[in-house]
Write a protein that binds this ligand. Sequence first.
Ligand SMILES: [Zn+2]
Length: 448
Amino acid sequence: MARHAKTRGGRLAATAALLLAAATPPAAANGMVGARAAARALPAQARPYDAGPAATAVHHHESAGGARLVFDMNDTVDVRAFVLSNPDRVVVDLKETAFLIDPANGRASRPARAGLIASYRFGHFAPGRSRIVVDLNGPARIARAASERTESGGAARLTLELAPSDGESFRAAARAARAAELLQAPPQPPRKQAEAPAPASGGRPVVALDPGHGGVDTGAAGKDAIEKNIVFEFARAVAAKLEASGRVKPVLTRAGDVFVPLADRVKLAQSAGAGLFVSIHADTLSETWVRGATVYTLSDRASDAEAARLAASENAADRAGGVTETEDTTDVQDILSDLTRRETRAMSHAYARSLVAYWKHTGDLNKNPLRSAGFRVLKAMDTPSVLLELGYMSSQGDLARLVSADWRERASTSVAQSIERFFAERTAAEAPAGAPDRFANAGAPAPR
Ligand SMILES: [Zn+2]
């Protein structure tokens, strides 16, 4: 039974339309039956024509014989495809490519899509590299992964063909792919971001602002808005406020729309000498009435079922990027680390309470605004860390605020003030009597 991707109509951006003009419809060229799913291009992400490889549209076809995913591109690129198990995915690695395509094209739907492909994502993965991650409904084998010129020349397309397989063959292929990667891949060069020397803070305390998701991992999606962009804009606004007042040095864990694994975010904060880590998110819940901001701290046992679910979904960010999750290596059990961890947690809780108090000036709080769960990104042993959920994109009221520049201005001011307050209190506690106080004129303490 043939099944075709749902068509998401939409106007192509000028650049995209130009690129697309030379492409041959892949269905016609390959004799496969199927309607073309015209991808909606994103004008905001449009790049100059000569800026490197660009993908302008995606077509998804399902048939009895398997599935095909075709990206229309302006040029050919080297591709490397392999499978990963648990959860079962197909990954295609390629040179850094501008995807001028709405990520909504690949999103999972309810009820789940029939056929082999449940959903797919695409975007930046690592410096100079992009990645396509395909979530599977069942075991599949890669029948073909190729990038080639179209007959008309000029344009190209990247084709991924999947055929149904069985569980045992799939797991064997995943093991082989992993072994090949371990044996052949040169040791991964440390990511530049995580390796960068600590920025000169001029003696100022450093806060790490961690906008969630990025690149191939888009995070949650609301109507015409995606989490990775909302939280990045918010983090930048907080950083700008801190830079303007000059008391605290902000460091962002990602420089733009790039994928950064969770462990690297923590490492970056540590190597920058951050005294506080604030992860920023805006997720969705199926309970559309749940609304307001929530501040999470780390705990072994989640404070409630919703916190547990949220932590599980945030912890899957590496999976969304097609990264094999590694065991946390920070869980060293000894007495000294236990003391450090306890002190760190106490400071995290104190900051979380203060942040909630400051946020009251800004607007909406969740009815239960202080919660905890096992977020991997909060696990630095010696850096007080919280995760701020700005609001829920699944709530109409929250979403309206999240995309409002006016609200962002007010809310980011509250967050910046709470960060300055945190360091002011620590400086006061640690400084010898009579030492000059850079926080002397910092904002008043938050109402408790
Ligand atoms: Zn998130």
